[in-house]
Write a protein that binds this ligand. Structure first.
Ligand code: 3AM
Length: 323
């Protein structure tokens, strides 16, 4: 991947790319649709205003780029160029034009457990690949699972490695992630490892099969409590017709003790993910519930109630100080 330290106007990103429109907003910055002036090829460019970042966060961006430049997997969004400008950082990425996984699910004429398993399987494969390389994503959530295109052959890819880290044997202690998908050990402020990604997969699979979150409370305090104690249920009647295999996978992912949690390799071998026997019955009610969930997510994201992942740390710290 090309790295450009930009010192003159001629070297700036805008000299090579035309920004067309904003298409998203991530943990650390805005994402734009852009066109390469020389080739006419479309890309996504993530731009981050350095002034809004601490030195730690700037370092984190450099790390993100270092990480994505080493990752080469069909289900992980590729990055091509990095512009380090005096005021802004830009990452030029493969553009994902097919939208978020949860948005696509609700457009299907037919949505069954089998389709849910086929959708999540490549994501688990991507996570396994990262873990084998010693990289933990730490922010696996539906917004970061995108389709490459709207065509039938569009494939799911994982994006936003803004919170990923090279994982060594030292357990990480930084609080990060997105509240509803975050693993208990992160909230406990304990050290944590690759297993945080397995927890997030469990939350996603649960939500894919009923359209609501396993952990959902009105206040963050209550939310953190149910996550830390692993209090969720397969609520009747929504879960009555879901297969035992699906529930078994979720139970294995949502173990409070990370050491007991199912790994990506084990998930790939799990009968529900292998998926030769999954129910193929259409689940229109689940699709409807996912549609409602999508609408609530979008509303929260653009409303005042959203908690940016990087603010989670300060919430935990202020809670500690109060206590
Ligand atoms: O702000 P929202 O949630 O609509 O879809 C991604 C998300 O959009 C989009 O940026 C936001 C933060 O992840 N996004 C990220 N990478 C992208 C890419 N490579 C992307 N959109 C298109 N192509």
């Amino acid at each position: 991947m090309a790295y450009h330290r930009v010192e003159t106007k001629e070297q700036s990103m805008r000299n090579f790319y035309t920004l067309i429109e904003q298409i998203g907003e991530g943990t650390f910055g805005k994402v734009f649709r852009a066109v390469n002036k020389a080739t006419g090829q479309e890309y996504a460019i993530k731009s981050i205003d350095k002034q809004t970042l601490s030195q730690d966060e700037i370092n984190s961006m450099h790390l993100e780029v270092e990480i994505i430049s080493q990752v080469d997997h069909p289900n992980i969004v590729r990055a091509y160029e990095f512009f380090d400008e005096p005021k802004t950082l830009h990452v030029v990425m493969e553009i994902m034009l097919g939208g978020e996984v949860f948005e696509r699910i609700v457009e299907k004429d037919h949505y069954s457990e089998q389709e849910a398993a086929w959708t999540i399987r490549p994501v688990i494969d991507a996570i396994k690949y990262c873990h084998d390389m010693g990289i933990v994503h730490r922010d696996i959530k539906p917004e970061n699972l995108l389709y490459s295109s709207f065509d039938m052959d569009g494939i799911v890819k994982v994006t936003d490695f803004g919170l990923a880290r090279f994982y060594d044997d030292d357990l990480m202690t930084t609080a990060c992630g997105t509240p509803s998908y975050v693993a208990p050990e992160i909230l406990e402020g304990r050290g944590y490892g690759l297993e945080v990604d397995y927890w997030s997969i469990g939350v996603i699979v649960y939500t894919m099969l009923c359209g609501f979150l396993p952990f959902n409370e009105d206040t963050n305090e209550a939310l953190f409590e149910v996550i830390k104690t692993g209090q969720y249920e397969f609520t009747s009647p929504y879960w009555d017709n879901i297969s035992e295999n699906a529930k078994d996978l979720i139970r294995r992912c949502l173990k409070v003790n990370p050491k007991e949690r199912c790994t990506a390799q084990q998930m790939m071998n799990h009968p529900w993910i292998v998926g030769t026997n999954n129910p193929q019955i259409n689940m229109p009610d689940v699709a409807n519930k996912i549609r409602e969930y999508n609408a609530r997510r979008k509303f929260k994201k653009y409303g005042n109630t959203a908690i940016a992942s990087n603010r989670l740390m300060s919430i935990i710290i202020s809670k500690r100080n109060q206590g």
